[in-house]
Design a protein around this ligand. Structure first.
Ligand code: HEC
Length: 131
């Protein structure tokens, strides 16, 4: 658990080099990018990071899910967080990979079968990432 708590202090943008990895299933890709904090079963860790299962930010408008993935903890209004850990930004991932992860968590934990399109991710990137 200690590593999980310290990791986000060291990296502001998550840095697993996706291109160098062998082809992963959606579940494995989720496990690699998000599962260390939110856990394989999506139930998170109490007080550290929230469950994605039945989370309003996973079940509702896909825009909210995407904002969370692009901004990480910066998406949460200051002073309102209920969690000790920090979520990094995943803006370093490609649009296709973000669409895949967003689709996976919404389908698996939020019961939202419609995939999140790459176009929706592109639009969200324009809104949330300044370069
Ligand atoms: C280093 C730990 C960490 C990693 C890795 C991580 N998250 Fe998070 N995530 C958090 C924390 C902490 C919060 C709670 C932020 C807050 O409310 O202060 C959070 C919140 C969320 C939420 C909002 C849930 C809610 O009900 O408030 C979503 C959605 C989410 N993360 C998706 C993801 C996805 C998708 C990935 C992988 C691409 C991911 N997270 C990777 C730590 C992490």
């Amino acid at each position: 658990m200690l590593a999980v708590k310290i990791a986000p202090l060291l990296v502001s943008v998550w840095a697993v080099p996706v291109d160098e990895l062998p082809t992963l299933s959606d579940q494995q890709f989720y496990q690699q990018q998000c599962g260390v904090c939110h856990q394989a079963d999506g139930w998170g860790v109490p007080f550290m990071q929230p469950a994605l299962v039945e989370s309003p930010r996973v079940m509702g408008d896909a825009e909210i899910t995407l904002k969370m993935i692009f901004l990480g903890s910066a998406a949460i209004p200051e002073g309102t967080s209920e969690y000790d850990n920090q979520m990094p930004s995943f803006s370093g991932l490609k649009d296709e990979d973000i669409a895949r992860l967003a689709s996976y968590i919404r389908r698996t934990f939020g019961n939202q079968p419609d995939p999140v399109s790459v176009d929706a991710v592109k639009r969200a990137r324009l809104r949330y990432v300044q370069d």
